[in-house]
Design a protein around this ligand. Structure first.
Ligand code: PLP
Ligand code: COI
Length: 340
């Protein structure tokens, strides 16, 4: 398959139209067969619950061209499961895992020319989306749902790639309540973070860290990704909080950290503990691992190692994760699912 003429290595993280995307609809009590659409302008009922009451959740996963020339997705069944956790929390119709996988295969095989070639550092970002499409004016769940899956080639989410960025703690605006929607990937969580992130960006911080919204004492996560702290004695520390998204990247990195002989601690992290970390990272599908050089908290600034160069532990983890994703090293945990 001839690849598109795209400057793959220069890609950032933005929308790009591809050949087609997938839609499956839930109507009359059943999921219909997935179909390919080419026109990105879709029709939706003006009284759809997604538009009025935020019945909407999404996912993000990546598809890679591996060294051996095959095309494979990273742990897609984990995304299928998490989308269903989001669906259950928002009283939306869940999606059978085989429908999710059928949509993924269809999307990728129809858009293979948009899957970045091996060696470019880019990947196909896949965005599954589930929305309440049925009409309601009273506050109640829809009886019809649209499931979309679209994809686009992407490079790094933060423009420095695997180079440290500066962060801060947003304390004025909370993002997710302890028993609210933080543990699922509801679209509204990202609307809740827009204001806080905007303020951060205005001050020159591309990434904002949020504390627990009950007490503002403990680290929750970044607006886009989970938090990882590495201690001098090689502990991998990440928050155990009801209001953070259970990141598939973080879960994978915890496994890889143990493989590398680190001790993994998932626990509450008081904000003052930032002083104990020698490396800090943001992790997620889009962020991969983005090293964070420093975090400003009010009038304090916590710094983690060389501001220009990622630390040794996060570098080793990044190398392992990307090595598995691009097929440079053995997929010893069976994470990659070959699609083409
Ligand atoms: N936390 C938030 C708020 C996110 O948006 C994401 C991205 O999906 C993550 C964490 C990381 O999750 P994952 O590694 O499954 O992409
Ligand atoms: C992802 O990493 O998939 C996300 O959804 C994060 C978002 C900021 C793009």
């Amino acid at each position: 398959m001839a690849k598109k003429d795209i400057n793959w290595s220069e890609l950032g993280f933005s929308y790009m139209a591809t050949n087609s995307f997938v839609r499956a609809q839930f109507k009359d009590g059943a999921w219909q067969k997935p179909e390919l659409l080419t026109d990105p302008m879709v029709t939706i009922h003006v009284a759809a619950t997604a538009l009025h009451y935020g019945q909407a959740a999404f996912e993000g996963l990546k598809v890679f061209t591996k060294k051996d020339g095959t095309t494979a997705a990273f742990r897609p069944e984990e995304n299928a499961r998490r989308l269903n956790d989001s669906a259950e929390r928002l009283l939306m119709e869940t999606i059978p895992e085989d429908l999710f996988m059928e949509a993924l295969e269809l999307l990728v095989t129809e858009n293979l020319d948009f899957v970045p070639p091996y060696g470019t550092g880019a990947s196909l970002y896949v965005r599954p989306l589930l929305i309440g499409s049925g009409a309601r004016v009273g506050v109640q769940p829809a009886d019809e749902y649209d499931f979309y899956m679209l994809g686009m080639p992407v490079g790094p989410y933060y423009k420095n790639g695997f180079n440290p960025i500066e962060g801060w703690i947003q304390t004025e605006y909370d993002r997710a309540a302890p028993q609210g929607l933080g543990s699922v990937k509801a679209g509204g969580n990202y609307a809740a973070g827009l204001m806080g992130d905007k303020e951060g960006k205005k001050k020159g911080y591309p990434i904002s860290l949020y504390l627990d919204s009950a007490e503002h004492k403990y680290i929750d996560e970044f607006g886009t990704s989970n938090f990882i702290g590495i201690t001098a004695d090689k502990k991998y520390v990440t928050p155990n909080s009801k209001s953070v998204l259970p990141s598939i990247t973080n879960k994978s990195l915890m496994t890889l950290a143990e493989d590398l002989g680190l001790t993994v601690e998932r626990r509450q992290i008081a904000v003052e503990e930032l002083a104990n970390f020698v490396e800090v990272g943001s992790c997620g599908t889009a962020a991969v691992i983005t090293p964070v050089a420093s975090i400003v908290y009010g009038d304090k600034k916590f710094s983690f190692g060389d501001p220009k160069v990622a630390g040794a532990t996060l570098s080793a983890l990044y190398k392992e994760l990307q090595g598995i994703q691009y097929g440079d090293i053995d997929d010893r945990h069976d994470w990659m699912v070959t699609l083409a």
